[in-house]
Design a protein around this ligand. Structure first.
Ligand code: CA
Length: 226
């Protein structure tokens, strides 16, 4: 499994290279965001570990540039302790998950494996359900001809619904898919995001495509609500 580590601090980069290497990852290291974007567009890495603090363009900008260029390798962003703004910006800029420095190596491994399992193949195609359309690489969604502005998390959730039309998705499934570890069993984050989604994909169009299935979860109607 090929992983790109983007970190300018030589000691940290060496540590990650050795540690991940010992666990069977083939690790390549980039020292700048510009190099990382170049390498990521040339090689389909199974995962990218991207430090926010870099010389030149930072990790957030590097991630945005990768996504714009159609790089859909899962990105795990490394942020400074307490830098909530970085985490939000990272996720909105197309990162899949983040880890706050200092982190335990075991946690890094677990997150990387989870990200790699999710894979990138599932994220590349155009998805259609009724008149809902989603272009994941371009991060764009439409109902009919109307483009819908969605945040990165809303896109992630909508994609999961659209790849499973007519199926009930449980809160746990949605949490595991979109949030990995952080929110498990202790948050109404799914309810909140389903509400956001309905406000964007349903209400302005006078449809009800995202249904609540009591005691079970949520379901996107196969007809997309029309
Ligand atoms: Ca750094």
């Amino acid at each position: 499994m090929r992983v790109l580590v983007v970190e300018d601090e030589v000691k940290m980069a060496a540590l990650l290279r050795r540690g991940l290497g010992e666990h069977g990852f083939a690790v390549e290291v980039a020292g700048t965001g510009e190099d990382a974007v170049g390498m990521a567009t040339a090689t389909p890495y199974e995962a990218i570990v991207l430090d926010v603090m870099l010389p030149g363009i930072d990790g957030l900008e590097a991630c945005r540039r990768m996504r714009v260029q159609g790089v859909w390798s899962p990105v795990l962003m490394l942020t400074a302790r307490g830098a909530l703004g970085d985490r939000v910006a990272g996720l909105d800029g197309g990162a899949d998950d983040y880890l706050t420095k200092p982190f335990s190596f075991a946690e890094l491994l677990a997150r990387l494996r989870a990200l790699a399992r999710r894979g990138q193949a599932e994220r590349t195609a155009l998805v259609e359900v009724g008149d809902l359309r989603l272009d994941r690489p371009a991060r764009q969604a439409w109902r009919g001809e109307t483009e819908i502005e969605l945040s990165a998390k809303e896109l992630t959730l909508l994609e999961l619904f659209m790849r499973n039309p007519g199926h009930v998705l449980t809160r746990t499934q949605l949490l595991e898919h979109a949030w990995e570890y952080d929110y498990e069993h202790r948050s109404n984050v799914i309810e909140v995001y389903v509400r956001y989604l309905r406000r964007k994909i349903d209400r302005p169009f006078g449809v009800k495509s995202l249904e609540t299935v009591r005691g079970a979860g949520y379901r996107l109607r196969r007809d997309g609500g029309r």
